[in-house]
Design a protein around this ligand. Structure first.
Ligand SMILES: *Cc1c(COP(=O)(O)O)cnc(C)c1O
Length: 366
């Protein structure tokens, strides 16, 4: 039976005056909107107790499994306010399906696609006033997640789990996307290995990427590019974004996901859009030696990272440490034409400024 996510009576709301102030400068979800969607799963009864309630504390005891063993998965998607005031999701069914895959890998109960969609539409309808207008590419970022919510210190899959959706207004995650970011290429840390959890969107992957991120930050880099765990020769992806390189002859190279790279919705959209922009998508393994030589010789002219939060983020330089020395590889065209064209094409669809031939946009409210 499918779940309904109805608003519980008597919730309170932020005053319109305060909301105007928040929406003016929201940061990246510095403020959470008034409500959350929640549901509980038990091994005996399945999913139940689904509702929309005020954003607020969970009742979690210190012995709760997720705090010890990280049995948790999450999603990230955005709602966009078009010029006519209507609200839209971008491919929310992709997030629903990916969350099911992530749950399988973490042995969590998965939430059916239909229930996921009901919950995100319900929350967004209740908190619609929290969606900023699109000025400065502001949107509403939504975070569905499922975690093991059972007090138990033995290692086994939880017999009780909580699903929740929270969110809030968000300016772009990394600057405006066209101010190039510098990337630290790590060949010491790994985020994923064969048979591991790299293709699942789970909190543990992010935790294991933080030390590398700190190392990058010490070298002035805001993000890390990971390589394959076995040989550290093949480019994989960033901690939370997929990677693309652009060649001088207009090919768009990104590695195949192959179980160790997360299947980004943005990555998929870019590969789909590429031909209409005169670009040739080229999904194939790319080695660090090819990437570095290509940058030096001018065969690779641009590179960018992509994901829902940051959309498309131009890469200025790659930094890589070999034998204690840091090599700096600047892209010829850091704020390149191709990166800009892809970014614009994607944003134009998301904000309803261009036709949506792929049926990616789904209306939430008028
Ligand atoms: C979420 C995520 C991405 C980007 O996926 P989108 O669906 O485009 O937001 C890429 N890599 C990792 C590791 C991620 O967690």
């Amino acid at each position: 039976m499918s779940l309904s996510f109805d608003l519980v009576p008597g919730t309170h709301r932020t005053s319109p005056e305060k909301l105007v102030e928040i929406l003016r400068d929201p940061g990246f979800v510095k403020y959470f909107s008034d409500h959350q969607a929640v549901a509980t799963w038990t091994a005996d009864a399945g999913w139940q107790d689904s509702k929309i309630e005020n954003y607020g504390n969970f009742d979690i005891m210190p012995g709760t499994a997720v705090l010890h063993y990280s049995q948790e998965v999450f999603e990230g998607l955005k709602a966009y306010r078009h010029d006519d005031g209507s609200l839209w999701f971008f491919r929310p069914e992709m997030n629903a399906r990916r969350m099911i895959q992530s749950c399988r890998r973490l042995d969590l109960p998965s939430l059916p696609e239909e229930d996921f969609l009901t919950s995100v539409y319900a929350l967004m309808t209740v908190d619609k006033d929290w969606v900023p207008n699109g000025d400065g590419e502001k949107s509403y970022y939504m975070r569905p997640f499922i975690f093991a919510n059972e007090q138990f210190l033995g290692v086994r899959s939880a017999a009780r789990a909580t699903y929740a959706v929270i969110g809030g207004p968000a300016a772009p995650y990394l600057s405006d996307g066209m101010t190039p970011v510098d990337i630290w290429v790590t060949t010491t840390y790994s985020r994923a290995g064969d048979g591991g959890t790299g293709a699942a969107k789970c909190g543990g992957n992010y935790a294991s990427a933080l030390a590398a991120q700190r190392e990058g930050a010490e070298h002035g880099c805001s993000q890390v590019l990971f390589t394959d765990a076995a040989s550290h020769e093949w480019v994989e992806e960033l901690g939370g974004m997929n990677f693309f390189a652009v060649t001088a002859d207009s090919a768009l190279i990104t590695p195949p996901t192959a179980g160790t790279i997360l299947e980004g919705v943005t990555r998929d959209a870019i590969l789909t859009l590429a031909p209409s922009l005169g670009l040739t998508p080229d999904v194939r393994p790319i080695s660090l030696s090819e990437l570095f030589a290509g940058i030096v010789e001018g065969d690779i002219v641009e590179a960018f990272a992509c994901g829902t939060a940051a959309v498309v983020s131009a890469i200025g330089k790659l930094l890589h440490q070999t034998d204690g020395e840091v090599e700096v590889m600047p892209l010829t065209s850091p704020v390149g034409e191709v990166t800009r064209a892809i970014r614009t094409a994607l944003l134009d669809i998301q904000w309803g400024r261009a036709a949506d031939p792929y049926g990616w946009m789904h209306k939430i409210t008028d």
